[in-house]
Write a new protein. Structure first.
Length: 417
């Protein structure tokens, strides 16, 4: 998923889903060690095109008859150059090609972008370079060329391991295409992840148990497991409004599906490090951790968001959302960016809390206090801890597993506005 576009989907795509979860779910402990590190510095590139529009998807993704990849190449290179001037000398730790469907990009375009990135910033020793991909066989056949260009991590949108569900989700691929793509991805890239959507129409606990087991049998080292969210502006939303989207789970079943997911992934050594993201230790998405830990990132491409800290201020950037308008603006005005804003300390703190409480490691209390000042409701922290929804471990504040089920209401309680 994923950035500010992604970043928005990080809060929503997964657990806007949280709102669908029951407040009454049974407790479990997240357990495990806490810890935090350098939040990192990354580059997100948004490719806004897809072969078809999935009826549940509210990402900035569009179907276009033809895309002139040479024009897009010049525009991305120009935006990278502009961002490079502003952030000169910073060490880049990750690049993320998100979408849309970036696996529709010509491998030469990806290679040119990565070449420009390497000449623009010093890179860390082991930069993480991720691409989101759809399992269509055409794209899977291009994996080797993307690897050659420098991509070292693939994130494949499998969505379901059941053909009827794939049809209902409007996907263009079959289960067998998806499994093939995962196998090719695992063989081609040093790191591979895939996404599944659960809490789908008519899905029982037993169905999901069997399906998740098939997924785990593919021996992933990272999995993104999102609850289906009916997003405004999508075909699913319209169908739902008209009473035609039948068989979505009730809150109790949604909570049970979430808890089963935690149990099965934990047992398979892929514990949740974020509400919807599971990994073997060390296999977490470093790029996405940068968002959740409140780090800096550049957003390039239509609708991409960025966060840049300099001069003692945190700047929020946002690019023009419509693909053609973004392309025209970059070509004519040398920038695809909308006017920037500077986040005030309360906004910085709120964002840090919103993002950080999604993580198993939680947030750093001292950093939070420095940011949030009087805005954190400590009485609420104490009450929520007594209720078993939050826990303080050394200098970290984090949700318990039960707390994760009611994350949105915890956040409302913690923030005094
Ligand atoms: C940008 S999309 C995926 C990339 C790629 N185009 C694909 O569809 O395979 C990122 C992920 O967000 C998840 N997602 C998108 N819309 C969602 C929704 N309404 N509810 C839950 N998950 C969603 C899907 O798992 C998807 O793989
Ligand atoms: S292919 Fe991916 S980005 Fe495109 S519409 Fe479907 S879910 Fe959205």
């Amino acid at each position: 998923m994923k950035q500010a576009n992604a970043s928005a989907k990080l809060t929503a795509g997964s657990p806007a889903n949280q709102s669908a979860l029951a407040e009454s779910a049974k407790v479990g402990s997240w357990g495990g060690a806490t810890g935090t590190t350098n939040p990192g510095f990354g580059l997100y590139l948004h490719w806004p095109f897809c072969q078809s529009k999935c009826p549940y998807c509210d990402f900035n993704s569009h179907v276009a008859a033809a895309v002139d990849q040479n024009r897009w190449r010049s525009a991305y290179l120009s935006e990278i150059e502009r961002a490079g001037v502003e952030t000169a000398g910073r060490v880049l730790q990750s690049v993320f090609f998100g979408g849309g469907t970036p696996s529709l990009m010509d491998p030469q375009l990806v290679a040119a972008i990565l070449e420009k990135v390497r000449t623009t910033w010093p890179m860390s020793n082991d930069p993480e370079i991720t691409m989101e991909a759809n399992p269509g066989s055409v794209e899977a056949g291009r994996f080797a060329a993307y690897r050659q260009a420098g991509v070292n991590r693939i994130s494949i949108g499998v969505q379901a391991l059941d053909d009827l569900s794939l049809q209902r989700l409007g996907r263009m691929h079959s289960v067998s295409d998806a499994i093939k793509a995962v196998e090719i991805g695992q063989a081609t890239f040093p790191r591979a992840s895939f996404d599944l959507i659960y809490a789908r129409q008519d899905q029982t606990l037993a169905d999901w148990k069997a399906e998740l087991q098939v997924a785990l049998n593919l021996a992933p080292t990272h999995l993104s497991l999102y609850q289906l969210t009916v997003e405004e502006g999508t075909v699913f939303h319209e169908r739902n409004q008209r009473g035609l989207l039948k068989g979505l789970p009730e809150e109790g079943l949604a909570a049970d599906l979430f808890l089963l997911t935690q149990e099965m992934t934990e047992n398979a050594g892929l514990g949740a490090y974020e509400v919807s993201n599971h990994a073997n230790p060390g296999e977490e998405s470093r790029h996405n951790l940068t968002y959740w830990r409140g780090g800096d990132y550049i957003g390039a491409g239509p609708g991409a968001h960025g966060r840049l800290s300099f001069g003692g201020k945190r700047h929020a950037t946002e690019a023009i959302r419509a693909p053609q308008a973004w392309l025209d603006a970059v070509e004519r005005e040398n920038t695809g960016e909308l006017p920037r804003s500077i986040l005030d300390p309360g906004e910085v703190a709120t964002e840090y809390l919103l993002m950080g409480l999604r993580l198993r490691e939680g947030v750093d209390i001292r950093r939070l206090e420095a940011l949030i000042g009087a805005k954190l409701n400590w009485t609420a922290v104490s009450d929520l801890a007594t209720e078993g929804l939050l826990e303080v471990l050394g200098d970290r504040l984090r949700t318990t597993q039960t707390g994760t089920l009611v994350l949105n209401s915890i956040l409302r309680n913690l923030l005094v506005t």
